[in-house]
Each structure stands twice: as C-alpha cells, then as structure tokens.
Design a protein around this ligand. Structure first.
Ligand SMILES: CC(C)(COP(=O)(O)OP(=O)(O)OC[C@H]1O[C@@H](n2cnc3c(N)ncnc32)[C@H](O)[C@@H]1OP(=O)(O)O)[C@@H](O)C(=O)NCCC(=O)NCCS
Length: 253
C-alpha cells in the first residue's frame, strides 16, 4: 500500500492536461456512462497477463484474448471494478490519444490510451449492497469465478490489503489537522483510492500513467482536498513508477 499527499506534488493544471509526446497528443477527461462498456473492455485487456488477475480468476495460464473463456472471466472482473467505481460516484478518467496518422480511431477521432478509476474519500464499493452489486455485474463475476473465486478475491486478497491499509493509517492524522489544532484521525476510507489504472500496450512508456495521476492530484487540489492517495501495486514495473510519482511503500512487517 502506498500513499501520498497531493500537496507534495505540483498539480497538473487542467488546462494544460493536453500533453505532447513524439507521436501522439494526449488529453485527460472523465468518461460518460455511454463509454463504460468500451472502457471495461480496454481495462480488462491490459490485465490478461497480470499474475494477480489470474489468481483472482483462478486461471493457470494467461489467456491470450478476451474472447477465450479465461479472458471473458477477466473481462467480467474488470467490468465490475470499473462500473463499481462509476456507480458509487467515483471518477473513471481516461487519457485519450489523437494523431493524424492514428489508424484505429473511435467515432470522435480519439483513442483511449489509458484508464484510471478513483474512489473518492468516503466513497467505497460495498459488495453487500446487493442492488449495486447486481448493477455492476457482480452476479456474472460470481457465476464465472464461483465461491472459490469469491474466497480468493474477498477473503484472501481484500482482507490482506485492508489489513495493510489499516496498519499504514494507524496513528495518521488528517493532513492539516495539526494546523487547525483539531487532530483528526485518518482512516483508509478518507483517502483517494485508485481501484484500477492501466495504459494500453501500444501507448506504454509515453507518460499516460503520469498524466492520469497528475490529473487526479490536480482534481483533488482544485477541490481543496488534502486527503492522501492510496493504491496497491501488483508488479515491480508499476511500483517503481508509483514511487516516481510520489507514492511511498507501506512499511514491511
Ligand atoms: C504500469 C503501467 C500503468 C505504466 O504505464 P505507462 O503509461 O507506461 O507509464 P508512464 O510512461 O506514464 O510512466 C510513469 C512515470 O514513471 C517514469 N518511469 C519510467 N520508468 C521508470 C522506472 N523504471 N522507475 C521509476 N520511474 C519510471 C516515467 O518517466 C514517467 O514519469 P514522468 O512522466 O515524470 O517522465 C502500464 O505498464 C500498465 O498498464 N501495465 C499493465 C496493467 C498494470 O499493471 N496496471 C497497474 C496495476 S497496479
């Protein structure tokens, strides 16, 4: 678990969210409900070869496409994550790429290059909220992964991460509360939580992750939020980049 405070990092000016790379122009925006299905598909695709995702899905081999049975299972899992974030009132943000020579473009002339799903402070998915769970495709996930998958995801993975979050936040005070002379205890639910982030393979290494993270810091700053940011890293590749973007690793036991 890592956390950072947006105040430690200079926020990205929203008007400057347009960034240039050698080949593409990137910009960052929140999605509309009509884009959810496309975003779910793009997000799932990025995790086909992710070891933790395969553990969630109970797969022994990485599926090579979303249209295989294993790929479909991963698609359902990530649809649930993206939709949960959207329907609890979170932020599903995309970085889009445009280029005159981009071959595959969607109708609006831009291509989704990366996705971030943020659960704001105080807003979290509760799987026991049955209507919401059904709306987000929770029953499809349960049907795909079965009770053993439910145990792996909720009882093994999530309970472990929750323990780490709680331990990390123990004795933490809300940033700025010392200044106000009222020491408010900080809990993991007070943080901006990154439920999912990914960059489409062809755009990796172009700063898409940085754009998504800095947009989030800028958004929090624009709201006057001093809440920390929290996420889990599943690979050394992402862990090193989060470190570069201001996150600190949770202390080991
Ligand atoms: C991990 C992932 C999101 C990285 O995305 P990306 O768009 O290629 O990352 P970026 O190019 O934006 O790099 C982010 C920053 O890290 C820096 N960076 C690059 N290599 C680095 C390294 N080895 N160590 C530290 N920082 C590094 C970059 O320079 C950039 O910073 P800058 O904007 O200040 O220059 C992407 O590889 C991915 O989607 N992987 C599959 C899904 C996944 O693992 N998601 C994360 C789950 S926890």
């Amino acid at each position: 678990m890592d956390q950072t405070s947006p105040n430690q990092i200079s926020p990205l000016d929203h008007n400057l969210a347009l960034s240039q790379s050698r080949k593409y122009s990137f910009s960052v925006r929140e999605i509309t409900e009509g884009e959810l299905e496309e975003v779910c598909r793009i997000a799932a695709q990025a995790f086909l070869d992710d070891a933790i995702t395969n553990f969630f899905a109970g797969l022994e081999e990485f599926p090579n496409s979303l249209s295989t049975p294993g790929g479909l299972r991963i698609h359902h899992i990530y649809s649930f994550v993206v939709k949960s974030c959207f329907y609890i009132g979170g932020r599903v943000v995309v970085v889009t790429a445009s280029d005159a020579t981009t071959l595959a473009k969607n109708k609006s002339g831009e291509k989704i290059a990366g996705v971030a799903c943020w659960a704001p402070p105080g807003k979290r998915m509760n799987v026991f909220n049955i209507p919401l769970t059904i709306r987000c495709g929770g029953l499809k996930v349960l049907k795909e992964v079965g009770m053993s998958g439910f145990k792996r995801i909720i009882l093994e993975f999530m309970s472990l991460t929750e323990k780490t979050h709680s331990k990390t936040f123990r004795n933490s005070l809300y940033p700025g509360s010392e200044v106000r002379r009222k020491q408010e205890k900080l809990t993991p639910n007070d943080a901006w939580y990154l439920a999912l982030v990914m960059t489409v393979k062809e755009f990796e290494g172009n700063g898409c992750l940085s754009l998504l993270m800095r947009e989030a810091y800028g958004h929090a700053h624009s709201l006057g939020s001093t809440a920390p940011f929290m996420l889990e890293s599943s690979t050394p590749r992402s862990r090193d980049r989060y470190g570069h973007l201001g996150f600190e690793a949770a202390p080991e036991d």
